[in-house]
Design a protein around this ligand. Structure first.
Ligand SMILES: Nc1ncnc2c1ncn2[C@@H]1O[C@H](COP(=O)(O)OP(=O)(O)OP(=O)(O)O)[C@@H](O)[C@H]1O
Length: 275
């Protein structure tokens, strides 16, 4: 169980989580993905699970069980699969979900207990940005989760990203790595354009390594990439659509790190602590 978090929105957390899930599935792992970004769910669209009307694929119900749709080998569940889009032709996330803490907590709990994922090697959870209700709920529901922190290279973003890692740690979760996204864009002349500065990933990793036994590494630095953005818009993740793109390679590096960790949810109950 790996939760992906970020200090603030728009840093590419959902895009990276979707690509990581697909990259892990392509390695032959059995992968589930929970889109817990209930206010800004975008995972169904990123994985091509939204039709031309903006309606996300529906899970199948069998008695009390919810069977998640499968996209590119990944079993996916999202709040976007349970609501109607407000704008025809929207991408699903235009639905305003104005839920407060207890409702979010119950939804997350239901996603983790009633959705039948079968035997999984990895379950990725896309958290909403920040340190709010859902992050804390997840910490309570899944105290054993491991956490990846996504940040941009901007040094100013390091504070909020660090805080999201610290909140995870306070609820007993383990921060296993930092992914830097939106790093330098390669120019035709070979130089790098550091649109969002540089060093943010290293800085967050350094701070989160303070006072813990195992240092927190930067597991990948993913450059700005038109192909990555396009893959998200098309519902065809860049790791499949354009695997030689530098962003796809960086995501593969993060996937290799995750795949190499000793983990198996196979045959294990998810260890959800219901309160
Ligand atoms: N490396 C990148 N290069 C170019 N565009 C990117 C990159 N990473 C993400 N993007 C684009 O940035 C936008 C925000 O990405 P995304 O929705 O994944 O962010 P997020 O952190 O999940 O945001 P939120 O949590 O607020 O929903 C998207 O349009 C996505 O295509």
């Amino acid at each position: 169980m790996i939760a992906v978090t970020s200090g603030k929105g728009g840093v590419g957390k959902s895009t990276l989580t979707a690509n990581l899930a697909v990259a892990l599935a392509a390695r032959g792992l059995s992968v589930g993905l929970v889109d817990a970004d209930v206010h800004g769910f975008s995972v169904p669209a990123l994985l091509g699970l939204v039709d031309e009307h903006g309606t996300a694929a529906r899970p199948t119900r069998v008695d009390d069980m919810i069977l998640p749709p499968v996209a590119h080998g990944v079993k996916v569940i999202s709040i976007g699969m349970f609501v109607e889009p407000t704008e025809p032709g929207g991408r699903g996330s235009s639905v305003a979900v104005a839920w407060r803490g207890p409702m979010l907590h119950r939804t997350l709990q239901q996603f983790l207990t009633d959705v039948y994922f079968g035997d999984l090697d990895v379950l990725l959870v896309d958290l909403p940005p920040g340190t709010g209700d859902v992050a804390i709920s997840l910490g309570q529901l899944l105290p054993n989760a491991e956490v990846l922190v996504v940040t941009t290279p901007q040094p100013a973003a390091a504070d909020v990203a660090e805080r999201s890692g610290l909140v995870a740690r306070q609820t007993g979760q383990t921060v296993i790595g930092v992914v830097e996204n939106m790093a330098g864009l390669a120019q035709p002349d070979g130089s790098l354009l550091d649109l969002f500065g540089s060093g943010g990933g290293d800085e967050v990793a350094r701070r989160l390594s303070e006072g813990v036994d195992e240092p927190v590494p930067v597991v990948a630095s993913v450059p700005l990439s038109v192909a990555l953005r396009r893959g998200g818009d098309d519902g065809m993740p860049v790791v499949l659509a354009e695997p030689d793109d530098p962003a796809a390679r960086a995501i593969e590096q993060a996937a290799a790190f995750l795949a190499g960790r000793p983990r198996s949810l196979a045959g294990r109950h998810l260890d959800v602590s219901v309160r």
